[in-house]
Write a protein that binds this ligand. Structure first.
Ligand SMILES: CC(C)[C@H](C(=O)O)[C@@H](O)C(=O)O
Ligand code: SF4
Length: 423
């Protein structure tokens, strides 16, 4: 069995499972946020109207809540949603509620690794499509809809069809001007946005073992954009060190068998990778950044669960040091812990000296919610993960997806720029 099959077998109490088997698994952790939380509450209300008594959930210790999409409250509705969410966690005794404006809050998928909310070998589900991100910690991590999350909250279990696994073998280290973002955009460009529909995308090879945990998280985050059920990387010493730095050393790692099977193996030569950009209006619409050097921009956005981890900010700072941005540029660290490290490392000063606006951790403009959404015809380069029509604002705005290096270099020139071409 491969790692995904082994985790699902263990969680369903079976000695072995195969792709397409339907298993009923015990869930280890569940997450809801300020959009999916109210959605799940609405499901509970519906069930109550049908006469069901819901006065407790399965295990409040295994549930955690993040306020991230509409914080700081964007309008009256989102302000009310935060209040409802707080009542919800109080009612059910959920203690791990990361509140905006209090302590280590941040984007849910960033908290999952920064605060070590999920551990290797676990089955983790969340009310958000990018829950896949956390598979980089060697867990089975998948997003669910409101009804399924409600079911898990009440029963602690859920069914899955065991996915087929596509294995992406990366040979050799990525060059300095290339980031994990370029690699995953290249992969999505190759297989398409339905290329991994209901499958697991597993990443391995020397290119991945050489990669930081944060880079691996960028790969798994965007498996959602290829339609994948989950994304995963096998645990190794780098992951153990990452978790130990967060005070966690006890967990039950799962490793695959030496004769693990995959539906298909794709190979990429890491050293041959180039900066890649996805043009509007799909993450699969990829070209090399240099082919877009005539595209004039209105805005650069460095934020989101995909593109505002510490190393993303460090990459942006490497480019922006001593430079001035030519277009509106925002940098929103993905969590408070990262914001603090960026401050301690002097990155915020570099950004502000370059004329960048630094904002609080939030999903913000990534999903067109607030905090700098785009006007009609505006063109943005963004480190986020989606660029569908209207994703970051007006339905006739345009988003180009790129790595933090490309986004920062483009902020300096005002045009899409390969970091190698920045003078
Ligand atoms: C709002 C939320 C449910 C949504 C998701 O599920 O992914 C958002 O995070 C996104 O990235 O589009
Ligand atoms: S940052 Fe963007 S992609 Fe990530 S959870 Fe928030 S809205 Fe979704």
């Amino acid at each position: 069995m491969n790692i995904t099959e082994k985790i699902l077998a263990r969680a369903s109490g079976k000695t072995s499972v195969s792709p397409d088997d339907v298993v009923f698994v015990n869930v280890d952790k569940v997450m809801v946020h300020d959009v999916s939380g109210p959605g799940v509450m609405a499901v509970f209300e519906k069930l109550r109207k049908k006469g069901m008594i819901i006065d407790k959930i399965w295990d409040p210790e295994r549930v955690w809540v993040a306020e991230d999409h509409f914080v700081p409250a964007a309008d009256k509705i989102s302000a009310q949603n935060i209040v409802s969410l707080t009542n919800f966690t109080k009612q059910f005794g959920i203690k791990k509620h990361f509140k905006y404006g209090m302590g280590q809050y941040g984007i849910c998928h960033t908290l999952s690794h920064e605060e070590a909310m999920v551990l290797p070998g676990e089955v983790y589900v969340g009310g958000d499509s990018h829950t896949n991100t956390t598979g980089a910690l060697g867990a089975f991590a998948a997003g669910l809809g409101h009804t399924d999350v409600a079911y898990v909250l009440l029963n602690g279990k859920i069914w899955f069809k065991v996915p087929e696994t596509l294995f992406f073998k990366i040979n050799g280290k990525l060059p300095d001007h290339v980031m994990a973002k370029d690699l995953i955009l290249k992969i999505i460009g190759d297989i398409g946005t339905d290329g991994a529909a209901y499958k697991t995308m597993q990443f391995g090879g020397t290119g991945v073992s050489e990669m930081s945990v944060e880079s691996r998280l960028t790969l798994t985050n965007m498996t959602t954009e290829a339609g994948a059920k989950s994304g995963i990387v096998e645990p190794d010493q780098k992951l153990r060190d990452y978790l130990a730095a967060r005070g966690v050393t006890k967990y039950d790692e799962v490793h695959e068998d030496s004769d693990a099977q995959y539906e298909k193996i794709y190979e990429y030569e890491g050293s041959e990778m180039e900066p890649i950009v996805a043009k509007p209006f799909s993450p699969e619409n990829t070209v090399v950044a240099r082919d877009l050097s005539s595209v004039e921009l209105d805005k650069a956005y460095i934020g989101s669960c995909t593109g505002a981890k510490l190393e993303d900010l460090q990459a942006a700072a490497k480019i922006l040091k001593g430079k001035t941005v030519k277009i509106r540029t925002e940098i929103l660290p993905a969590a408070m812990s990262i914001f603090r490290k960026a401050m301690d490392q002097g990155l915020l000063k570099i950004f502000m000296d370059a004329g960048v606006v630094v904002g609080p951790p939030t999903c913000g403009a990534c999903c067109g919610a607030h905090m700098g959404v785009l006007a009609k015809d505006e063109i943005c380069i963004s480190t986020t993960n989606r660029n569908f029509p209207g994703r970051m604002g007006h339905v006739e705005s345009q988003t180009y997806l790129a790595s933090p290096l490309v986004a920062a270099a483009s902020a300096v020139t005002g045009k899409i720029t390969d970091p190698r071409d920045l003078k």
